[in-house]
Design a protein around this ligand. Structure first.
Ligand code: MEV
Length: 304
């Protein structure tokens, strides 16, 4: 018997990095998904013929341990989420893998167990993960996440966003360490940045509820300025933001860890096509659904 589950990727609309220091962040699941299929075997936990340290294997192994299953598992993964560019690919893969294992061994999606397992998987590749990526990949939708208080879902009145991939892959852990170095060297300034970041979140909640796209854009630029100050922007990100603004966006910012990865942008409906055309000449541009469904039982895609 096989079991399959899928989990969505994510965009952080506001508050990445500051969420590591227990400030709120606004996050949404997106319409790109990772799929995991599992079946029992008589060997260890094997991902596409491979064993070793990997978030998906670790997450599946954690579920097996918790459920006192000592047999083996064959694991197969497929994902439409670009990797290492801030869209939560590794968290989605870990959540999907944990969920498929939960279905196989327990016959249900035990969300609390899945999230714990995925967090342990993520800890292999991140440095002090706040838990935001695994939480949104599990619950889906959108809302406010705080490290100490968890996830509070919220209805945004924004159903899609432009995502522009700078094409530069990077490691989240390295960027989280960079922010820690900034904090250690500039403690007082960092405290002030955290306060400003939180203020942006509360203003953004109102703007998202009101679907005030112009204010959302302005708040993105303010958030980007704080991210720039703590050292996680990059030339690629700044170039993409500049091109977005020149093409008529209301605002844009990096999403996820920065250092490359993806930029998100908002614009009035009439300008979206021009933005996509201008950016599409040099970058991968996606018009992505927000508030996508969280982890679920699914069928593994038919691959060519
Ligand atoms: C990564 O998607 C978001 C960061 O804030 C790290 C984290 O919250 O674990 C950069």
């Amino acid at each position: 018997m096989k079991a399959c589950a899928s989990a969505p990727g994510k965009v952080i609309l506001f508050g990445e990095h500051f969420v590591v220091y227990d400030k709120p962040a606004i996050v949404s699941a997106i319409g790109l998904r990772a799929y995991a299929e599992v079946e029992r075997s008589d060997r260890g936990i094997i991902l596409d013929g491979w064993t070793g340290e990997n978030p998906a294997i670790r997450a599946s192994a954690y579920i097996a341990e918790e459920l006192e299953y000592s047999g083996g598992i064959n694991l197969r993964i497929w994902s439409s989420i670009p990797q290492s560019v801030g869209l939560g690919s590794s968290a989605s893969v870990s959540v999907a893998s944990a969920a498929a294992t939960s279905l196989l061994l327990k016959g249900e999606l035990d969300l609390e167990l899945i999230m714990r397992a995925a967090h342990i998987g993520e800890s292999l590749v991140h440095y002090r993960p706040s838990g935001i990526d695994t939480t949104i990949a599990t619950y889906g939708g959108g809302g406010i996440y705080t490290r100490s208080k968890g996830f509070r879902s919220m209805d945004f009145n924004l159903d899609e966003i432009l995502i522009i991939n700078t094409g530069k892959a990077r490691r989240t852990g390295d960027l989280v360490k960079k922010v820690k170095e900034f904090k250690d060297a500039h403690g007082e300034e960092f405290e002030k940045i955290l306060e400003d970041a939180e203020q942006i979140i509360w203003e953004a909640v109102d703007a998202l509820r009101a679907r005030d796209v112009e204010s959302i854009g302005k708040l993105m630029l303010r958030n980007q300025e704080l991210l720039r100050r703590v050292g996680v922007s990059s030339k690629e990100i700044e170039d993409v933001i500049e091109l977005c603004m020149k093409s008529g966006a209301f605002g844009a910012k990096l999403t996820g860890a920065g250092g490359g990865g993806c930029v998100i942008a908002v614009a009035e409906e009439g300008k979206i096509n021009l933005l996509m055309e201008n950016l599409g000449k040099s970058f991968e541009v996606m018009r992505c659904e927000l508030m996508a469904k969280g982890v679920r039982e699914d069928s593994f895609p038919d691959l060519p």
